[in-house]
Ligand binder design. Sequence first.
Ligand code: UDP
Length: 497
Amino acid sequence: EEQHHQHHIVMLPFMAQGHLIPFLALANQIHRRFGFTITIATTPLNVRHLAAAVAKNPTPSSGIHLFELPLNTSDHGLPPNAENTESLPLNLVVNLFHSSTSLEPPFRALIQNITADQNGRPPLCIISDVFMGWANAVAESFGTVNVTFSTGGAYGTAAYVSLWQHLPHRRRTADDEFNLPGFPDSCVFHITQLHSFLRAADGTDSWSRFFQPQIENSMNSFGWLCNTAEEIEPLGLNILKNYTNLPVWCIGPLLPPRMLNSNPTERLIGQHTGRKPGVSAEKCLEWLDSRSERSVLYISFGSQNTITPSQMMALAMGLEESKKPFIWVIRPPFGFDLKGEFKSEEWLPIGFEQRVADVALVVHGWAPQLEILCHKSTGAFLTHCGWNSTAESLSQGVPMIGWPLAAEQGYNAKMLVEEMGVCVELTRGLAGVVSREKVKSVIESVMDGGDKAEEMKKKAGEIGELMKLALSDGVGSSHRAMDKFVSALLSHKQETA
Ligand code: UDP
């Protein structure tokens, strides 16, 4: 019988924080459970980010290797060191997408070397991001298989994929509502749920020219891994399976293990993302300790999105009027350098930070999100509905106020509202209208203990429990899906040997 440790899996994540972190978690899990050697290939700067995250792992492993794929940023009109979506101006993000296809030759050379080192035996498989569909052809040419890993949820991924494959979406009907291939007729999409690039896309623009071929190639995979649990997204899983016509293994959500303890005692083990927070976790926890149970609203738009100056102003005024305690992770608004100086006098109502000091913690830059969500004082999360934030919130039974901004966030929000019943949408995107009255009334509807608020809290708690069950060792569906995935790989290998 073959020794498991002889197997080698090569991973190819897309170069964004929200993709790298789940890929690393996937690598850790496969290595820990099956002893396979894993190589994660990405550009030098992202290798450095991953190395920092690996070093923070309480049990660092020698079985996970990081491999640098060189990227000449200037060839793609990118500033030096712009190897990640983080803090890249929106108009350059598309360049980063296109630049990722130039990683194919060095990636091919890596597979060649691994194959030669193993006496002509290729890696067991390549696990590539849905945005790196070209890896399918590489796998095939070496006689191995490619598996697509979607770092998002099932519903959001299926919607994103179907939308890019069925362009254009402009003026679909008079009321801008439409059905989407792959989705039941009862799922009605609205044009405002689409990100502006997707709304303008017609197959000839540079966004479509990137996404369409990558997604199409990903449809040739051996199967898809999805960062969700089948019990929490039954409809999404069904849609994704039927749409891709491939096996889909729901092996997630890949969350930091400490989020799954029912009573997180060991809560201060540092940032999972390797970033320095604008407030220490200790200070944040101390502040939360002084608040009553489920009374605090946490507000964050993730690692790379911001709202417009006028939206920020309305949000601040609504927060103040709601008189709820809150933690707001604040960054310069859209159109300004995300990492630049924050101009309170310009972007917030005069005297805002001083006036709210008694009830609020305004955190500039980056917050210890996991600590905040795990704390019993946190009662709701105003979020951009990025999948990691969504899964983190659900794991703690925290209901959400949705303000989707980009990527597949609009469909995550739709699923959270319509399928799970754990979210109220405040507005959508940078064009979304927000008033202080709306902010105040939505916060009240989610936090003020009415029937609707109670129902959302109950449902979020139930989903958090389902998630924990799915992830439990041995018996959980996500745990078993990983076993099934590995068996499918091994038996395929045996059949083709
Ligand atoms: N995050 C954090 N502190 C912040 C903002 C974000 O720790 O101030 C983490 C958050 O816990 C999550 C990730 O960054 O794990 C954001 O991922 P998500 O998919 O929600 O959004 P993205 O940043 O990819 O848009």
